[in-house]
Ligand binder design. Sequence first.
Ligand SMILES: Nc1nc2c(ncn2[C@@H]2O[C@H](COP(=O)(O)OP(=O)(O)OP(=O)(O)O)[C@@H](O)[C@H]2O)c(=O)[nH]1
Ligand SMILES: [Mg+2]
Length: 233
Amino acid sequence: MAIEKPGEEFDTVFNRNDSLELSSHHEYESVQARIFKIIVIGDSNVGKTCLTYRFCGGAFLKNPEATIGVDFRERTLQLDGESIKLQIWDTAGQERFRKSMVEHYYRSVHAVIFVYDMTSLSSFESLPEWIDECTRHSVGPMVPRILVGNKCDLRDSREVPTSVAQRLADSYNFPLFETSAKDPAEKEHVDAIFLTLAYRLKSHKPLRLKQPSESSVRYLWNQREREEAACQC
Ligand SMILES: Nc1nc2c(ncn2[C@@H]2O[C@H](COP(=O)(O)OP(=O)(O)OP(=O)(O)O)[C@@H](O)[C@H]2O)c(=O)[nH]1
Ligand SMILES: [Mg+2]
C-alpha cells in the first residue's frame, strides 16, 4: 500500500470488504467538483492536525507542531459518481495563534467539526465555548456540526465517558464519534467520519468549479455501511 503525503495526488478505493487502498495513478480526468469548506475546531493539543492529516494523507503525523493560523488540507471524493472536494481548514487551538484568523475560519463555512481529547476533561468542558463562538459568527443552523472525541487508543487515560459525551452531543443534536488519529485500526473510522459529513453536504447547495487535473477518490460504500459509521470505539 502506497501512502502519499498531503498535497500529492492519490486515489482511494474503499472495497466492499472495507479494506483501503491508496495509489497515485490519475484515473480521473477533467471533472467538475463541488467544493465544501469544513473547519476543524477545538482546544490546542486535541489532535485536529493529526485527524485531518490522517484523513487527507492516510498516515499518522508524528511530532506535529502547534498550528499557527490555519493549515489547509483537501481531499476529493467520488461519491455516487460525483466529485466532491472537501477543503479542510485545520485551525489553531491556541488563542494567540488564532485570534487574527477567527473571522476567516467561519466565513462561508459548510460544516464544522468540534474536536475534544477524551483523555482531557478540560478539552471537553471547553466545547460549549467553541460552539458559542461558532454561533456568534452567524453560522446557520443548517450547517452540519459534528462532535469528535479523539485519542481513544489511550484507553487507560480516558477522562470523558462516552455516556457523558453522548449527553452533550444530544443536547446540541450533533452526531458523536469517538476515534483515534493514531491507531491504524481506526483509520477507516476517521475516513467514515469525514465521508458521512460529505454525504450530508452532497445534498447541499453547490459551489461548482472546474478542476481539470484533480485527483479523485472512488468511493464504493453502500448505504448500510454509511449508516453504521457511528461511534464504535
Ligand atoms: N495517543 C494519541 N495521540 C494523539 C492522537 N492524535 C494526536 N495525538 C497527539 O496529540 C498531540 C497534539 O496533536 P495535534 O494534532 O498537533 O493537536 P492540535 O489539536 O492540532 O493542536 P493545535 O494545533 O495546537 O490546535 C501530538 O503530540 C499528537 O501526537 C491520537 O489519536 N492518539
Ligand atoms: Mg494543529
